[in-house]
Write a protein that binds this ligand. Structure first.
Ligand SMILES: Nc1ncnc2c1ncn2[C@@H]1O[C@H](COP(=O)(O)OP(=O)(O)OP(=O)(O)O)[C@@H](O)[C@H]1O
Ligand SMILES: [Mg+2]
Length: 618
């Protein structure tokens, strides 16, 4: 049988509890710890509020190991004292004690598990909530940089992994340690000679079972990876976007072949994994039979027996069988320690992120209903994380209640400029103000009421139309929802649906067309009724009727509000009070549409180009 090379286990291959098998250092864990070391003091601080509970748990674990040791001594008394002399009273007492001791240790075990788990859960709860709220405060840049799924995995997988490592591994280590030490002491007390023999027998037995377990673990790891790959393919391949991609790229047969090959590989791996598991059980059976056999053998030879009683011999073999597991468990401590630290490291790494967009320490309150909506950009520079400056000194005034169209080639910085107003990004230098107040000084809840955004991707949550609209205003009545839909040119469409407002929008809004999704997003903004508006028009051409509807919805929405619109359509630009031409992060022209056309500069060229494109499209 080929034994696969040890390979990094994915984060999905669960481990952590004591168990019997040896654990393996995960290279990803080591890398994580090198990148973001963890201080023990910080971990201790997490558990500090639960000091009392921890002390009780340790006490319970020690008590249960020590009480459990009474068992072999009771057995010895039964065999040596009660049975040979027909002492039924003593026999009754001893056997009742045996059951009593078992019941007591079992009860202690339950209480200890309850205490340890509830403490672990409480620490996990605190961490989970801290992490969630901390990540919410991160800027868009953080989520742009971070691989999809990574954030979610840390919040769910790592936090719960940390909890299971803490409760099961920590209590496992404590109980293994106390059991091993107490058993060893009891063995030495019963028979020093046989204890010496154990010292010789145990190591090879432990080595053998670890060896077999390691082979099994490698096969299982590989199976796990294949299973995960299969899982990913199912997830990606059988989703709306996945099926669309596969059908349009014509990769369906190729995907099927890949799936078949994976599934085939799994057949072999499953078989090997099961067999290796069977081998492991067989080895353990042999080891567990062999160890007492060696002890009985030694007890039969006068040189090693030391004249012990039968009862002592039986008690001793019982103890010896009981030391095997805890010692095996303790051998994994090192690896489990690293695993646990890596869990903490991944969580702390996120908690240590400094949010780039910080809420004002002493926010200036502006009543959204009383805001006039005078917007100014003053000498605004903006640099993305990667160090490239995208905006180089923008000066721009948007008078209250007017519409300003920003035009310019792709990549010129239009979306970046717009993102500064709702504080999706903060200026590197310079300031953006509303009614003279720097947006960075505004309370976040005021800013989100003052500035409304309709962007190229309208994000709808997987819920009903009503729930999507209520996000904007939880107290809105159905009448208000319908009039918002009417303003967004969407009332007829929704009214024609059998379920009306209760229609589910589907995953990410796939139930609706792009234009409909956009109009739902517009209705949402109508409900919020913000005095300042940022519109990032869709670049993709909608069909003429839809475009006209969206256009009308947007015009109604922007009436009377200070509007910054990123325009790709000539009609939008024509209706604007002011047009700004952006090129490579600089304003190269500004004025009314008529002025700019007369100037016959950058805007005139852009307009001619767009008109030609729109003709071609029509
Ligand atoms: N998160 C980011 N990190 C680094 N650079 C970015 C980031 N987002 C945008 N850029 C860069 O900033 C520049 C301006 O981008 P922006 O999205 O503002 O352009 P745009 O004018 O809106 O273009 P389009 O018309 O295509 O929407 C581009 O060169 C882009 O590559
Ligand atoms: Mg853009």
């Amino acid at each position: 049988m080929a034994i696969p090379e040890a390979a990094p286990a994915g984060p999905g291959s669960g481990r952590g509890s004591g168990g019997g098998g040896p654990a393996k250092l995960n290279p990803a864990d080591e890398k994580q710890l090198n990148r973001h070391p963890v201080s023990l003091r910080r971990i201790a601080a997490l558990f500090a509020p639960h000091k009392g509970a921890i002390a009780v748990v340790v006490l319970l674990i020690t008590a249960s190991s020590v009480i459990g040791l009474a068992q072999p001594f009771l057995v010895r008394a039964v065999i040596d004292d009660a049975l040979p002399h027909g002492n039924t009273r003593l026999l009754l007492f001893l056997t009742a004690s045996m059951v009593g001791v078992a019941a007591l240790t079992a009860a202690i075990g339950v209480i200890q598990t309850w205490m340890a788990t509830s403490m672990g859960q409480r620490v996990m709860h605190t961490l989970r909530v801290n992490l969630f709220t901390h990540l919410q405060a991160q800027s868009l840049g953080f989520f742009t940089r971070t691989r999809g799924g990574e954030v979610q995995s840390r919040l769910t997988h790592d936090v719960s992994g940390m909890q299971s490592v803490v409760t099961s591994t920590a209590t496992g280590v404590a109980s293994n340690l106390t059991t091993a030490v107490a058993t060893a002491v009891a063995m030495a007390a019963l028979s020093p000679g046989l204890s010496l023999i154990s010292l010789v027998v145990l190591p090879p037995a432990i080595w053998l079972s670890r060896r077999v377990a390691m082979i099994r673990r490698d096969v299982t790891d590989e199976r796990q990876r294949e299973l995960a790959a299969l899982h990913t393919q199912v997830e990606e391949g059988l989703s709306v976007s996945g099926v669309r991609l596969a059908k349009t790229l014509g990769t369906i047969p190729r995907d099927a072949d890949r799936f078949r090959a994976r599934s085939e590989t799994l057949v072999g791996l499953e078989l090997r994994s099961q067999l290796a598991g069977r081998w492991r059980m067989a080895t353990m059976q042999i080891v567990f039979a062999a160890i007492p056999a060696v002890i009985y053998l030694a007890a039969g030879f006068p040189a090693t027996s030391g004249g012990m009683t039968i009862g002592t011999l039986v008690a001793f073999t019982g103890l010896q069988a009981g030391i095997f597991r805890p010692v095996m468990g303790l051998l994994n401590i090192g690896v489990q320690w690293v695993t646990a630290l890596a869990f903490f490291s991944r969580i702390f790494e996120y908690l240590d992120l400094e949010p780039q967009i910080r809420p004002a320490a002493h926010p200036v309150r502006l009543d959204p209903a009383a805001v006039r909506g005078d917007v100014r950009f003053q000498d605004v520079h903006f640099t993305y994380d990667d160090g490239t400056e995208v905006l180089h000194g923008i000066d721009l005034t948007l008078p209250a209640g007017t519409t300003t169209a920003v035009v310019g080639p792709t990549g010129s910085g239009k979306s970046t400029l717009a993102s500064l107003l709702p504080r999706l990004n903060d200026t590197s230098t310079g300031r953006v103000s509303i009614d003279g107040v720097d947006v960075r000084d505004l309370a976040p809840e005021d800013l989100s009421r003052i500035v409304g955004v309709v962007s190229q991707e309208s994000y709808l949550i997987h819920a009903s139309i009503r729930e999507n609209l209520l996000l904007a205003d939880p107290d809105a009545s159905d009448d208000q929802l319908w009039s918002a839909l009417a303003a967004a040119q969407m009332a007829d469409t929704v009214g024609a649906l059998p379920d009306g407002l209760d229609t589910l929008v589907g995953a990410r809004g796939h139930r609706f067309s792009g234009g409909e999704q956009q109009r739902l997003a517009i209705a949402r903004t109508v409900l919020r009724n913000p005095p300042v508006l940022v519109l990032d028009e869709a670049t993709s051409a909608l069909d003429n009727t839809t475009e006209a509807q969206v256009q009308l919805a947007l015009e109604r929405l922007s009436a009377g509000r200070t509007t910054l619109t990123i325009a790709h359509r000539l009609s939008t630009v024509e209706n604007a009070d002011q047009v700004v031409v952006l090129d490579a992060g600089r304003i190269v022209e500004a004025g009314t549409p008529d002025e700019l056309r007369a100037a016959n500069g950058a805007f005139a060229r852009l307009a001619a180009h767009t008109a030609q494109q729109e003709d071609n499209a029509a």
